[in-house]
Design a protein around this ligand. Structure first.
Ligand SMILES: Cc1cc2nc3c(=O)[nH]c(=O)nc-3n(C[C@H](O)[C@H](O)[C@H](O)COP(=O)(O)O)c2cc1C
Length: 187
């Protein structure tokens, strides 16, 4: 994607990531799914970077977690991201694809796995998340990414960008058949 082809929201999001890099938490985002009971679920996850085309971005998680079961039922998610230095919020409505072991996205899995600290890797060998403490089986420790390690690839379809300045600004961007469109809306 050339600079001119880059959607406005993506340029602004990348600028916000750069402008807030001194905050340790600038890569923590809220990740909302639809629960199996039809009720909303939200939790914090770490943004792990954009795909090469920048049409999507990655999150990593445990294949045994609730969110992976939820995504199998409903791939629509919303990611909410607040940057404290520049005081702006991005809400990204996305469709999500889960890349498990043995899928054509093994390259992403391998690259993201290699970038993890030993402590972060260790969590993927722990007993099944969500079971009562002390229950569940630890997984055999391997050097390659275990089956529990999955990459969630999120492709934004709609982005709501709110800037908290003296005069607040809010822009809605939608992905249409002919590309991204933007409309300025009342905050
Ligand atoms: C700062 C922070 C970062 C986190 N990052 C991740 C992450 O990148 N991936 C992940 O699966 N869970 C992450 N978690 C844990 C999740 O918030 C959540 O507790 C866990 O994934 C289980 O969620 P689930 O049962 O809804 O699937 C993080 C939690 C915190 C507080």
């Amino acid at each position: 994607m050339t600079e001119a082809e880059t959607p406005v929201w993506l340029r602004q999001l990348k600028r916000a990531i750069r402008g807030n890099r001194r905050d340790a938490h600038n890569r923590y985002v809220q990740f909302a799914t639809l629960g199996l009971d039809g009720k909303p679920r939200v939790r914090m996850v770490v943004f792990r970077g954009f795909s090469r085309s920048e049409a999507s971005f990655f999150i990593i998680t445990d294949a045994r977690s609730e969110k992976v079961k939820e995504l199998a039922q409903c791939p629509d998610v919303e990611v909410s991201w607040y940057f404290t230095q520049t005081r702006e919020q991005f809400r990204l409505q996305c469709s999500a694809v889960t890349h498990n072991h043995g899928t054509d996205a093994d390259l992403h899995r391998d690259a993201l796995w290699k970038g993890l600290s030993d402590a972060a890797k260790a969590q993927f060998f722990w007993p099944e998340p969500g079971l009562p403490s002390g229950e569940g089986q630890s997984l055999e420790i391997t050097t390659h990414p275990p089956e529990s390690f999955v990459v969630i690839e999120c492709s934004p379809q709609r982005v709501d960008h709110l800037v908290l300045a003296k005069i607040q600004r809010r822009t809605l961007s939608d992905l249409t058949a002919s590309g991204w469109t933007e409309v300025s809306i009342n905050p």
